[in-house]
Design a protein around this ligand. Structure first.
Ligand code: ADP
Ligand code: ASP
Ligand code: MG
Length: 465
């Protein structure tokens, strides 16, 4: 392979660039992989959370809280720059960038939500990471350029959840990125961030850097995309919730997508489709344990077995479950569902007799609406619900599992259990206080005792620990 050819895109998450030691490690990983010519970075550590706090505090006029959030970001990045041994000139530039961040935050007007301004602010985290990494890499003798994602990734203007223009990205990649790579430059860019047609910064949704990496991989037509995170691959469930998780060496695109959509935050749910469009395998592994085998996500073989491969869980503050006899699947229910969607409801499941909707907060109805509501089948509102999803290809063909489910769920106060079609997940809704018990029970019964060795993640701590 020529040194000026790209074969992999590598994305590093928040923990992977969490401090100077981590950033040094990232450069080591990149230098070891000559095919990696594009590095996509997340914000360092908890920076995006601090930026959200800063925005929220400014919006409510909580100046002290806002100042504290800014201070955390300031201290975190100046310490990293110091520990990386950056030059005085770099320090001056870092200071300018941090001053710009403060100036943007000062434009937030009390009680005037401004999604465009919020995205502008939230994007600073990734920019600061790119700044630190590119300067450090240069200092270490690597020919590096930071190409701003706002100039690369065109999106629509849905601030906070922007959708990429994949064709537009391709054109910009050819015009701006490919020539740099061909000239032997290691290019660094921000994950999570793009810009709309007016040039205003946008973000792809929390955790969206994985999605960015996959989009760049698709546009470049590389052989692999590498997602470096704080766990050595995808496990059978979140290792923060279950001790006896098992590593999963291979997952299909569909399984990975279903796992992420069901709340398994190891990758962003939209990471899969751009890579899948080009048949690009996605590898997930830990930058803290670079030698570990990790997980490969690629197209399923022809003989995928109908087994539960993983569990995921997701919280819903307010859940509505509507049920009606088939004969009564009437206009009334249709209209009601439409009304509930207008009130912000997200339909999680829908069949002829049942609908499950999630809301961010409790709904208010006037007396007329309440009467109308009672006339349309049976509607129940539940607060603090968690959905546990069983993920696996062709679960609907697993008669044994279906027969066993009632016994497995017995005693857990299940509010509804649904089979998502054509998704691969069985979803079980339970009160949040029962969810962890159920997750552990299902993990024990369905995933442990399969002849695999239980694997407690060896290291999830920050690099400098
Ligand atoms: P990054 O900042 O690198 O994007 P994230 O925190 O977004 O990292 O995702 C990694 C985290 O995802 C892990 O620390 C882990 O707690 C969580 N996670 C949830 N489900 C899984 C799973 N099935 N396998 C591995 N990690 C999981
Ligand atoms: N920094 C962003 C977030 O925390 C994007 C990402 O990490 O993927 O949501
Ligand atoms: Mg993430």
């Amino acid at each position: 392979m020529s040194t000026n050819t790209i074969s992999q895109v590598a994305k590093f998450g928040g923990t992977s660039v969490g401090d100077a030691r981590c950033i040094q490690r990232v450069l080591g990983i990149v230098n070891e992989a000559p095919g990696v010519r594009l590095v996509v970075l997340s914000a360092s550590g908890d920076t995006t959370d601090h930026l959200v706090d800063l925005y929220d505090a400014a919006l409510t006029g909580a100046a002290v809280k806002a100042a504290r959030a800014y201070e955390r970001i300031y201290e975190h990045h100046t310490k990293a720059a110091q520990d990386l041994g950056l030059s005085l000139k770099d320090f001056a530039e870092l200071n300018d960038r941090l001053a710009e961040l403060l100036s943007v935050s000062s434009q937030i007007r009390r009680k005037h939500p401004d999604p465009a301004l919020r995205d502008r602010l939230l994007g600073f985290g990734e920019a600061l990471s790119c700044f630190l990494f590119s300067r450090f890499a240069k200092q270490k003798g690597r020919h590096t350029a930071w190409l701003d994602a706002r100039e690369l990734l065109p999106t629509d203007s849905r601030y906070g959840q922007a959708r990429p223009d994949r064709e537009g990205l391709k054109a910009r990649v050819e015009a701006k990125l490919r020539p740099l790579i061909a000239a032997g430059v290691l290019v660094v860019t921000q994950g999570f961030v793009g810009a709309d047609s007016e040039g205003r910064p946008t973000t792809l949704g929390r955790g969206g850097s994985d999605f960015s990496a996959s989009l760049y991989a698709e546009a470049l037509g590389v052989d692999e995309v590498h997602i470096w995170t704080d766990v050595p691959g995808v496990y059978t469930t979140d290792p923060r919730e279950v001790d006896s998780v098992l590593p999963i060496p291979h997952l299909s695109y569909a399984e990975a997508e279903a796992l992420a959509a069901a709340g398994g935050k190891v990758i962003h749910p939209h990471t899969v489709f751009p890579a899948r469009a080009q048949g690009i395998p996605i590898w997930v592994g830990s930058s803290l344990i670079p030698g570990a085998p990790g997980t490969w996500i690629r197209a399923a073989g022809p003989k995928a077995d109908a087994q539960v491969r993983a569990l995921a869980s997701q919280d819903y503050p307010v859940l509505w479950i509507g049920e009606w006899p088939e004969a009564k699947a009437t206009e009334c229910a249709e209209k009601l569902i439409a009304r509930l969607e207008e009130k912000g409801g997200e339909v999680l499941y829908r069949s002829e007799r049942r609908v499950v909707l999630a809301f961010a907060e409790r709904l208010k109805f006037n007396r007329d609406e309440s009467r109308w509501l009672r006339a349309c089948g049976e509607w129940r509102e539940h607060l603090n619900v968690r959905a546990i999803s069983l993920i696996g290809q062709h679960l609907d063909a697993n008669a044994g599992l279906q027969a066993r489910l009632p016994e497995l769920l017995d005693g857990f106060g299940v509010l509804a259990s649904v089979h998502d079609e054509p998704a691969l997940a069985w979803r079980v809704f339970v009160p949040r206080d029962q969810a962890l018990g159920l997750l552990r029970h299902l993990h024990r019964e369905l995933l442990e005792n399969q002849g695999l060795t239980a694997h407690k993640p060896a290291e999830t701590a920050a690099c400098s620990a």
